[in-house]
Design a binder for this molecule. Structure first.
Ligand code: 8YV
Length: 323
């Protein structure tokens, strides 16, 4: 075990969690609101025993090399870890941790919020009021779509997919279709539903919500061809990773009205420019990646991330490991 190991925390984390870290380590916290650049990160990681990283930090083999042989643990402040080259970490014997479960409800809640926002024009209709353009009650204005009794397609039936399905099947009586690497008997017992191929899910669902991790297999999974299979009345929700959806294809589909709307908490890149056609689209709601942004979730994520770091620094198994 290392004595007073040196740890880098790449952004401010909420709550008291870092206090525990300071008791056992030398902690340096990146003080700015904007994340460190690649160059700054390369300078900062040198000689560290542990890193507490965010989605905005790309930690690849080169970065691990620059950090040095003493690097024992990378603790990602997120459930997703596509920013980390896990294979490179394994090769070097570096433990990698994430923060699952504690953000499942918050993220599923936001998926439902986006589904309703996109279905009922919540943002543009609200803006009409703010901009003083609310002239009269319009019998044919702002007409939306509603989920009750319709079909929900969950792409990726993991923890967050299941929590989203639970809300919409239980609350709105939706029928469930899902894709998954394996049959999920437990889910079907609880919620009904049927595991189908992606093409079938896209063609038959009225609402499609994306919950897969970003990997080489899921990059651009929802491409032009996939979107073309969706109903013209359907709504697409993505709270997973922006790279899973082909944004150019989505822009085109929204412009052609070949789907009804979209609600996105994730984009490529992040942040997305205000000039991007998706941001300008009246049929798309975009949020700045706030799926896990509740006091409860972010505090609990920080606790796990710190537990992971402390365990990794003393060579013990992490509380939540991805290696
Ligand atoms: C985080 C997320 O806010 O957990 C994830 O995978 O995307 C969000 O909860 C983000 O990754 C911050 O690092």
């Amino acid at each position: 075990a290392v004595k007073r190991p040196r740890v880098l925390v790449t952004r401010q984390t909420p709550g008291e969690s870092l206090q525990r870290l300071r008791e056992v380590c030398e902690v340096e916290v990146w003080p700015e609101t904007m994340p460190p650049s690649r160059e700054e990160l390369c300078r900062l990681v040198k000689g560290r025993h542990g890193l507490l990283t965010m989605l905005s930090d790309r930690i690849d083999g080169e970065m691990m090399e620059i950090a040095g042989d003493q690097l024992a643990v990378i603790s990602n402040y997120a459930v997703g870890f596509n920013n980390i080259d896990v294979d490179a970490a394994k090769t070097r014997g570096i433990a990698v941790g994430n923060t699952p479960d504690v953000l499942t409800d918050a993220t599923a809640d936001l998926a439902v919020a986006l589904l309703f926002a996109a279905s009922r024009h919540v943002l543009p209709a609200g803006n009409q009021v703010r901009e003083g353009e609310w002239k009269t009650w319009e019998p044919t204005g702002w007409l939306g779509v509603e989920p009750a009794g319709k079909t929900l397609g969950i792409v990726g039936m993991g923890r967050i997919g299941r929590a989203t399905a639970r809300r919409l099947v239980g609350g709105w009586g939706m029928n469930l279709l899902y894709t998954s690497r394996s049959d999920q008997a437990e889910v079907e017992k609880e919620l009904g539903g049927r595991r189908v191929e992606l093409d079938t899910l896209l063609a038959e669902s009225d609402f499609v919500s994306v919950h897969v991790a970003l990997t080489d297999e899921t990059r651009n999974l929802i491409d032009a061809e996939a979107i073309s299979k969706m109903k013209s009345t359907s709504v697409l929700v993505n709270t997973a990773r922006g790279e899973i959806v082909d944004q150019d294809a989505l822009v085109e589909a929204l412009e052609n009205r070949s789907i009804f709307g979209a609600g996105l908490d994730v984009t490529t890149p992040e942040p997305l420019s205000a000039e991007h056609p998706l941001v300008k689209s009246a049929h798309c709601v975009i949020l700045p990646h706030i799926g896990s942004a509740t006091h409860t979730s972010r505090n609990a994520m920080a606790e796990i991330a710190v537990d992971n770091l402390i365990a990794g620094l003393s060579g013990r198994p992490l509380r939540c490991s991805v290696t």
